[in-house]
Design a protein around this ligand. Structure first.
Ligand SMILES: Nc1ncnc2c1ncn2[C@@H]1O[C@H](COP(=O)(O)OP(=O)(O)OP(=O)(O)O)[C@@H](O)[C@H]1O
Length: 382
């Protein structure tokens, strides 16, 4: 998970043994943040902003599919990641030559199994982790040479809660805005709190908020300095279904306001519900970047379910070319086919069923979910 960022450093809790007072704690956070924002550039690298779509090729897709899949390709990318690698001090290669462009105004879901490198990649873009090689730019600002400008465009919502328990909602968000050197703007902060349904809690101390409200407060904090890009690391981990849907709606509203959103999630349904594009990372490599709708069309499978009038003991020999599955009770036949497959079609199956004397009382089709596609991709790359 994304760890504590430069502006989300873990605060010393006043209630912790030996903890600081709220004021001292805020002062410590201010100093740490200022130090991080002023930190000398990690390394000077030549900016290599490349506005071409650089989706990696995937065996199941034609390059034309990839090129045509981007609804945003006419606009310059807001984040451009080029040849980024990361080798940790242990010698572990967490990222291997990552090339990825995030398009302006999109919701991009970065999916991958545990340890795939999602957090490492996000942390590099946010300037929390140093890359070993490669370049990253945010809206044209190189994250090394132009760190302040790049960082000020980014809001980061880490998975861990990093809020001062004894501070009010109002103070938390206004203070966070100040950390980025932005002048006070109470009207803006009010709008953020209203949009996140936190306005009636503005005077409440963070400790009195529910888990879901705390999570929304983290988002308000991340939005306080009016970033153009919002990173959400597992935004709905441990959040109930109703709140999850509220958060999805909120993220969509942010996108309508022109904020680009990059989200990591283990809930594939979340990516399916929200993302414009999906990137899959596995073992430090991006194995796929694709428009979600296109992905589901191209890699998705369909299933034809036939409820039989009378159970079958075995599948008739004349139907063997269809690779049908018979349910254990013999009541149902399932025919799975790729959307783009050259296998015999449904019409010929229905004809052959009739010839074989197999009658059915109901028929249904199902599309495979993004989850199935994801599991297949990760398994292939394993
Ligand atoms: N500081 C570190 N030193 C050495 N290895 C690290 C360090 N941080 C992360 N790694 C390793 O790098 C790999 C990628 O970790 P990362 O946290 O980026 O994965 P992730 O995709 O975010 O995983 P998860 O979904 O579990 O959060 C993992 O194998 C992890 O153990």
């Amino acid at each position: 998970m994304v760890g504590s960022g430069c502006c989300y450093v873990r605060e010393d809790r006043p209630d912790a043994p030996g903890g600081q007072s709220g004021v001292a704690s805020r002062e410590a956070e201010r100093r740490r943040t200022a130090a991080a924002v002023d930190a000398p550039m990690f390394r000077t690298v030549r900016s290599a902003i490349d506005f071409r779509l650089r989706a990696p090729t995937f065996s199941g897709l034609k390059s034309t599919d990839l090129l045509s899949s981007s609804r945003f390709s006419a606009m310059p990318s807001i984040i451009s990641i080029s040849g980024v690698t990361k080798t940790y001090a242990t010698g572990f290669k967490a990222l291997k030559e990552i090339n990825l462009d995030i398009e302006r105004g999109e919701i991009f879901a970065l999916l991958g199994p545990n340890g795939a490198g999602k957090t490492t990649l996000i942390s590099i873009v946010c300037g929390i982790v140093n890359r070993s090689s490669g370049t990253v730019s945010v809206d044209g600002h190189d994250i090394s040479r132009d760190y302040r400008a790049a960082r000020s465009l980014i809001g980061l919502v880490p998975q861990e809660l990093t809020i001062d328990a004894f501070e009010s909602v109002w103070a938390t968000v206004n203070y966070s805005r100040g950390l980025f050197g932005k002048p006070a703007n109470h009207a803006f902060v009010e709008k953020v709190l209203r949009d996140l349904s936190l306005w009636d809690k503005k005077d409440a101390k963070a400790i009195t908020l529910s888990g879901g409200m705390k999570r929304r407060l983290m988002i308000a904090k991340a939005l306080s300095h009016e970033p153009r890009v919002l990173f959400l690391d597992e935004p709905t981990a441990g959040v109930d279904v109703e709140l999850r849907q509220d958060m999805w709606a909120m993220v969509r509203r942010l996108r309508e306001d022109g904020v680009t959103i990059i989200l990591t999630t283990h809930y594939i349904e979340e990516a399916e519900a929200m993302a414009d594009r999906v990137g899959v990372i596995n073992r430090g490599e991006i194995v796929l970047v694709e428009d979600k709708v296109q992905l589901m069309r191209t890699l998705g499978r369909k299933r034809l379910l036939l409820e039989l009038r009378s159970p079958l003991a075995t599948i008739p020999e004349t139907l063997s070319r269809y690779a049908l599955e018979l349910s254990p009770d013999g009541d149902r036949l399932t025919y799975t086919y790729d959307n783009q497959s050259e296998r015999p079609g449904v019409a010929s199956l229905l004809r052959d069923l009739e010839t074989a004397g197999v009658q059915f009382r109901d028929i249904d089709t199902q599309n495979s979910s993004l989850e199935e596609i994801f599991v297949n991709l990760v398994r292939k790359g394993a």
